[in-house]
Design a protein around this ligand. Sequence first.
Ligand code: MG
Length: 204
Amino acid sequence: MKIICIGRNYVAHAKEFNEAVPEEPIFFMKPDTALLRNNDPFYIPDWSNDIHHEIELVVKINRIGKNIEKRFAHRYYDEIGLGIDFTARDVQTELKKKGLPWEKAKAFDKSAVLSANFFSKSIFPDNESIKFHLDINGNTVQESHSGLMIFDFDELISHISKYVMLKIGDLIYTGTPANVGPVKIGDRLEGYLEDKKMFDFQVK
Ligand code: MG
């Protein structure tokens, strides 16, 4: 199983870091050791002073596929979940400056929060309006919907599969909307997909 994450898939998020809006999807990967599930607490690593939350819709791949055409991409997933792509922003900023890969800032242990539940895509009236939000200590800090993604699920699956074969159980974290920010010890994070609470855990 692999985790593929999309960078800068919402215009407002690209702009908050003064980054160009991409012309094709940007992706990177996290290993399976990055998963954090079952509302387990997230421990801030001692090598970063700026861990950011990035709430993201997650697509679970249900068929093996390579070079998937966009028009067939909808056959490769049935379920949508919710996750957080925790990012060591201080480390990432240094790596970006040097033109180095992002793994240290993105792929570290427990950096990929994943909801226990996934929902059939058929319960959403259309892929263009799946709402989600992240609350910290009861206040909504990030809120968006899938219609604001620059590249939709089908485009992402088609693009990624040109380079990397997709397999059953692979997860695609589809990018974060604007208003990413730091988490601190003691914070309580709650993620919602539509009105359903998908996870609820503490930062320690
Ligand atoms: Mg992200």
